[in-house]
Design a protein around this ligand. Structure first.
Ligand SMILES: [Zn+2]
Length: 438
C-alpha cells in the first residue's frame, strides 16, 4: 500500500510539474474539489473527448450529438428525482463513500458488515442536497432558484422529441453528449477522482421496450465500452466489470454495470452502463405533459422507448489512463500514452540553441508538422533534459536536428518507449509520424 500511496504522490507531483493538472484557484488557497487542467492536461483531455466523439458520433450512423445547457428549468430536476432524492439527511461511509439515509439503521448496519472486520466510521448526518444551487434574475429578492446540472443525462432526455422530429433517426438510436456537471460532494478526494465540478461523456441509446432487446443492447454496450478503453492502451489486468447488486442500483435502473480501474487506492468505478428502462422518458412525459412516445411503423403501436445509457467520467478516465501509463524504467520516468491521447505527438529540437543554421532547419520541420498535429518545440538546456521533459508528458517521438542534418538532410527520431534512435530523411518525417500516431 505504501508503494501505491507513493505512486499517487508521484503522479500528483508530475501533473503539477508538467502542466497536466493544477489545484483550482491555487493562488487563493484553492477551492476544495475543483481542478484546473494545464497546457498538457487540456490537450490530453480534449484528445480523450475527441476520440470518444469520433468513434460514437462520426463513425456511427445510429448516434447523433447534442450539447444541452448546463442550466435547466427546475421542473426537469423534479422529474428526474434529483430534488426529492438528495434532500434527505445523509451519512457517508468514510471507507467507500457510499451514502445512506441517516434514519435507515438496518441499511447502515448491513453496509458495515460488507467491510468485513474493518472499523467503519460515518460522517455526521447532514441535510444534503447534491445539486448545486444558483440564482437567476437581476432584482434582489425576486431571483429564482435554479440548479447547475448534477448530471448531463437530463438535457438529453428533455430533447428526445426535438431530436426525433429534426433528424432521420429511428429506434434503435442514440444521443451522445459531453459536458460539465456539478455536485455538492460531501468529501471530495483522491486527487481528481471525486470532484465537485467534473465532465461526463454519455450516450443514451433508445431501444424498443422489450426484455430481449434490453439484454442484447446492455451486453453490446458493456463490451463496446470495455473494448474502447483497451484500444486506448489501458492494461487489461487493471480493468474489470462489476455488476451492481439489486440493493445498490439507482432508483431507475433495471440493470447496471461499472467498469472499474485497479487504482492505487483500490478498484474504483469510472464508467457505467445502465439499463434505465423507460424511467426518464416516462417521468418527463408526466411532468411536462408532452407526448414522448414513438410510433412503430410496422405495427402502428405507440410506445415509450427504453434507454441503455453509457456514462463515463472524463476526468476519471483521464486520471486512470494517466496512472495506467506511468512507467519508471532504468532511472527514466515516462508516460506510455497511446499516441492518440498524448498531448503532443512529437517534439522538435535543434541540437544547440545558438546555431542559427540548426534553428532554421528545425523551425522549418516544426512549422510543417504542426499543421497536422500538436508538436512541441524545445531549445533549452541539453538534449537529455529535453528528452526527460517530453517523456514525462508522454510525447511519443522526439526529432533532433544536428550538424549531420545540414549535410544529409536527415534527422534523429527517438522513440519514447525504448529510447532507440533512428535516422530519417526530412521529407519522410511527416509520413513516418502519421503512420505511427493514428
Ligand atoms: Zn462503505
Amino acid at each position: 500500500m505504501d508503494n501505491q500511496n507513493n505512486l499517487m504522490e508521484k503522479i500528483v507531483a508530475l501533473c503539477k510539474r508538467r502542466g497536466f493538472i493544477f489545484p483550482g484557484s491555487e493562488i487563493y488557497g484553492g477551492l476544495a474539489g475543483t481542478w484546473d487542467y494545464g497546457p498538457a492536461g487540456s490537450l490530453m483531455k480534449k484528445n480523450i473527448k475527441d476520440i470518444w466523439w469520433k468513434e460514437l458520433v462520426q463513425l456511427r450512423d445510429d448516434i447523433v450529438g447534442l450539447d444541452a445547457a448546463v442550466m435547466m428549468n427546475p421542473r426537469a430536476w423534479e422529474a428526474s428525482g434529483h430534488v426529492e432524492a438528495f434532500t434527505d439527511p445523509l451519512v457517508e461511509c468514510k471507507i467507500c463513500h457510499q451514502r445512506f439515509r441517516a434514519d435507515k439503521l438496518e441499511e447502515i448496519a448491513s453496509h458495515e458488515e460488507t467491510h468485513k472486520g474493518q472499523k467503519v466510521t460515518w460522517t455526521e448526518p447532514q441535510k444534503f442536497n447534491l445539486l448545486v444551487k444558483a440564482y437567476l434574475g437581476i432584482i434582489e429578492g425576486k431571483q429564482s432558484e435554479i440548479f447547475l446540472r448534477g448530471e448531463i443525462t437530463n438535457g438529453v432526455h428533455v430533447n428526445f422529441r426535438n431530436v426525433l422530429d429534426s433528424t432521420r433517426v429511428k429506434i434503435p438510436f442514440g444521443i451522445a453528449q459531453v459536458g460539465k456537471a456539478f455536485r455538492n460532494e460531501i468529501t471530495p478526494g483522491n486527487f481528481t477522482f471525486r470532484s465537485r465540478e467534473f465532465e461526463q461523456m454519455e450516450t443514451q441509446f433508445y431501444i424498443k421496450p422489450d426484455g430481449k432487446e434490453g439484454e442484447k443492447w446492455f451486453e453490446y454496450w458493456k463490451k463496446n465500452r470495455m473494448d474502447w478503453y483497451l484500444s486506448l492502451g489501458m492494461r487489461q489486468e487493471n480493468l474489470r466489470f462489476r455488476d451492481h447488486e439489486d440493493n445498490e442500483r439507482a432508483h431507475y435502473a433495471l440493470a447496471a454495470t461499472d467498469i472499474e480501474y485497479n487504482a492505487p487506492w483500490g478498484w474504483q468505478e469510472f464508467m457505467g452502463v445502465h439499463h434505465r428502462g423507460d424511467w426518464d422518458l416516462k417521468r418527463h412525459q408526466e411532468f411536462s405533459g408532452q407526448n414522448l412516445t414513438v410510433k412503430d411503423l410496422e405495427t402502428n403501436e405507440e410506445y415509450l422507448p427504453w434507454d441503455i445509457e453509457t456514462s463515463a467520467g472524463v476526468d476519471r478516465s483521464f486520471l486512470f489512463i494517466l496512472v495506467d501509463s506511468y512507467r519508471e524504467e532504468e532511472g527514466r520516468v515516462y508516460l506510455k500514452l497511446s499516441p492518440k491521447i498524448a498531448p503532443y505527438k512529437a517534439a522538435v529540437f535543434p541540437l544547440l540553441a545558438n546555431k542559427p543554421e540548426l534553428i532554421e532547419k528545425a523551425r522549418g520541420i516544426y512549422e510543417d508538422l504542426k499543421k497536422d498535429f500538436m508538436v512541441a518545440w524545445d531549445d533549452r538546456g541539453n538534449i537529455g533534459k529535453r528528452y526527460a521533459a517530453q517523456d514525462e508528458i508522454g510525447t511519443p517521438y522526439c526529432i533532433t536536428v544536428d550538424f549531420d542534418t545540414l549535410k544529409d538532410d536527415s534527422v534523429t527520431i527517438r522513440d519514447r518507449d525504448n529510447a532507440k534512435q533512428i535516422r530519417v530523411k526530412i521529407d519522410e518525417v511527416r509520413g513516418y509520424l502519421l503512420d505511427r500516431i493514428k
